[in-house]
Design a protein around this ligand. Structure first.
Ligand code: PRP
Length: 178
């Protein structure tokens, strides 16, 4: 049975306006630097593509892949690296770009993994913060929207790999969040 979409949680226009604000803030606070944006596969790719174009300075990009929960159940907290950066980040100002922070476990893993590679700084830009599900305390430098505990779809967010291309963020109707 196809999923039933609920209401539009965040419209395409609202996303675009917020991404522009985030891009300007990053441009202000990283002026004079040569920041490296690290997109976390796969969901953050859509957000990263728009964010890069909203930052009013030259930046470089790279990607990391993580499997949030490995083979265990969602509560297991297992995080596994599935794809690594293409080059060294030593001395770089790194900005992790995530689509969503839920329990915080993936980001905690990424931060600790990246910090062993001697970057000059690591900051975090996330589109959605599902704050009420947090299990690990993680510092977020740039946050697009704080959202309730609902399963989101569109603009990078998927259900079984589908619907990432929707130009807005909607919620799955009558489904428990995961
Ligand atoms: C999502 C999201 C984060 C992680 C956040 O990835 O992109 O990486 O979960 O969850 P946490 O805060 O509880 O660790 P997902 O596993 O859905 O992969 P995807 O981006 O490839 O869709």
């Amino acid at each position: 049975m196809p999923p039933r979409f609920g209401r539009v949680l965040i419209s395409g226009d609202e996303i675009a306006a917020r991404v522009l604000e985030l891009g300007r803030a990053i441009g202000r606070e990283h002026a004079g630097q040569d920041p490296l944006l690290v997109g976390v596969l796969k969901g953050a790719v859509i957000f990263l593509a728009d964010l890069v174009r909203a930052i009013p300075m030259e930046v470089t990009v790279d990607f990391m892949g993580v499997s949030a929960y490995g083979a265990g159940p969602p509560s297991s907290g297992v995080v596994r690296l599935t794809a690594d950066l293409s080059e060294s980040i030593e001395g770089r100002d790194v900005i992790i770009v995530e689509d969503i922070i839920d329990t915080g476990r993936t980001l905690a893993y990424l931060r600790s993994n990246l910090s062993t590679r001697r970057p000059r700084s690591v900051s975090v830009c996330v589109l959605l913060d599902k704050m009420e599900r947090r299990e690990v305390d993680v510092k977020l430098d740039y946050v697009g929207f704080v959202i309730p505990d609902q399963w989101v779809l569109g603009y990078g967010f998927d259900l079984g790999g589908l619907y990432r291309g929707l130009p807005y963020i909607t919620v799955l109707e009558a489904e428990a969040s995961g």
